[in-house]
Unconditional design. Sequence first.
Length: 94
Amino acid sequence: MAAVFVILTFVAGLVGGLQFPLAAAVAAGGPGSVAARLSALDLCGAALGAFSVSAFIIPTIGIESLAVFLAGLGAIALAGLGTAHWRKSPATLS
């Protein structure tokens, strides 16, 4: 069971870590403005998410259902960012 927890923690960290660079690559603007905008959006989303999850979602659906929902939401976000990044700069086959 401990190995499953370690693997899931690694995967969650990897997915979360991939989202910021992909979003930065997709966003338009200079590096400073893109980083500032993404950081501000990340902090606002974290504050809104912490409040809404603790006040409304956990009491309504429970922690286990929330974990499954957030895992799916993270996978969808990563797939969307990856698709947008690929469309912006498609890989060339040599």
